[in-house]
Design a binder for this molecule. Structure first.
Ligand SMILES: C[S@@+](CC[C@H](N)C(=O)[O-])C[C@H]1O[C@@H](n2cnc3c(N)ncnc32)[C@H](O)[C@@H]1O
Length: 381
């Protein structure tokens, strides 16, 4: 069953005629309406047109002879190679409808919510788009455009809505998307993949010269960029073997070693008392070094997301909130963390009961952060 061109096809086709250039990839080509619109432009050199539906490819090969266009069966980018100046997509964009037959759903249903196919698409598109390239695509008000926009941001794209049309109970939108300026700067880094999103930034993983790296991007750097601050702290702390190794820094992004390991809670659950004790001491030693440097990490009272356990020991991450402080609180905050809340409960379950006495030693350390007072804290672990 082929998708016969309709309002969405014509709305997108108009923009394709205006915007497509260079080497073009048309995904979900159907009856090739977008591929033909592109091929008719004098700015277009070649078109690769793919569809997951073998019937669509068979139809196109039989009925369309255009020297600029090559047809191929592919699930999104799976059978595609190379990079393109223009990528066109008129995806199946509706939320799943249990009453719809599978043969038409392939052309209309984008997943349970409708936008899942866009998640897959933008997860892969970067590697197939030239740095100066453009993606032209269409979705509907039923696809959840805000969600699709946040998917684009997460995957390092900027976007513009360039056309819209109301049709009975929905509205159609045509977008263009481009690689964000930062993503364009990350030349030589492969497999850039969204990892996590914070208040102001995004973290990606990537591969550089065969090594896995992490890239932190400040989305709204403003006057003081948090990422810039983190680079400064990492430069100091790396000298003491604390934090992921900083590999490159700029005002609005940094590249650092990717720390592969386990979260603290998971580690505690599967480890024995001695292993846990060793890790806690490791974290304490790093807290002590930061105290001596008068750098406050500001979050050691609840560091569960900021400690990763690797084969080499505990590694602290996320230094963007660090502050210079005359009375740093890393050690004392970590004491509080160990004696309260669900983490203390988890330790108790492993037979590691930390006596509240540690808080008295922490008080003493607070007034006199000497090695001797620090050691008396360590002895309580
Ligand atoms: C809404 S139709 C668009 C057809 C045509 N491009 C147009 O504008 O009229 C969506 C097309 O995407 C194809 N398709 C669906 N999922 C796909 C996937 N994962 N990879 C490639 N094509 C896919 C369908 O077979 C269908 O031909």
């Amino acid at each position: 069953m082929l998708y016969e061109p309709r309002e969405d096809s014509y709305l997108l086709g108009k923009q394709v005629s205006k915007c497509a250039f260079g080497d073009v990839l048309d995904i979900g080509t159907g009856t090739a309406i977008q591929a033909l619109a592109a091929a008719n432009s004098k700015y277009v050199r070649s078109v690769v047109a793919v569809d997951i539906n073998p019937a669509a490819i068979e139809y196109c090969k039989k009925n369309i002879r255009n020297p600029k266009i090559a047809f191929k069966k592919s699930d999104l980018f799976d059978s595609v190679s190379g990079q393109f100046d223009t990528i066109i997509l008129n995806p199946p964009y509706l939320p799943a409808d249990p009453n719809e037959p599978a043969e038409s759903a392939i052309a209309t249903t984008g997943g349970r919510h409708g936008y899942e196919i866009m998640e897959r698409f933008f997860g892969q598109a970067k590697d197939y788009l030239e740095d100066a390239g453009v993606i032209i695509f269409l979705i509907s008000s039923l696809t959840n455009p805000l969600k699709v926009e946040s998917i684009m941001i997460d995957h390092g794209f900027t976007f513009k809505r360039i056309a819209r049309q109301k049709i009975s109970f929905e509205e159609l939108y045509v977008y263009t998307a481009e690689k964000s300026p930062i993503i364009k700067k990350l030349h030589g880094i492969k497999n850039i993949t969204f990892l996590a999103k914070g208040h102001r930034g995004i973290v990606y993983s990537g591969l550089y010269k065969g090594k896995k790296i992490a890239i932190k991007v400040d989305l709204s750097p403003g006057h003081v960029s948090r990422v810039d601050m983190e680079s400064r702290w990492l430069k100091i702390l790396n000298k003491k073997n604390i934090g992921p190794k900083l590999l490159h820094s700029a005002k609005d992004f940094l590249i650092m070693e990717y720390i592969d390991g386990e979260r603290l809670f998971d580690y505690v659950q599967r480890s024995n008392k001695n292993q846990i004790r060793h890790i806690i001491q490791d974290v304490f030693e790093q807290c002590y070094v930061m105290d001596m440097l008068q750098i406050n990490k500001e979050e050691m009272h609840h560091p569960v997301k900021h400690i990763i356990i690797t084969a080499e020991g505990a590694r602290l991450i996320d230094f963007e909130r660090c502050k210079k402080a005359l009375d740093p609180k890393n050690v004392t905050q970590f004491c509080q963390f160990l004696t309260s809340g669900s983490f203390a409960y988890g330790l108790e379950n492993k037979g590691l009961i930390i006596n509240k006495r540690i808080l008295k030693f922490a008080q003493k350390y607070k007034h006199d952060p000497s090695r001797k007072n620090f050691d008396s804290i360590l002895e309580e672990i």
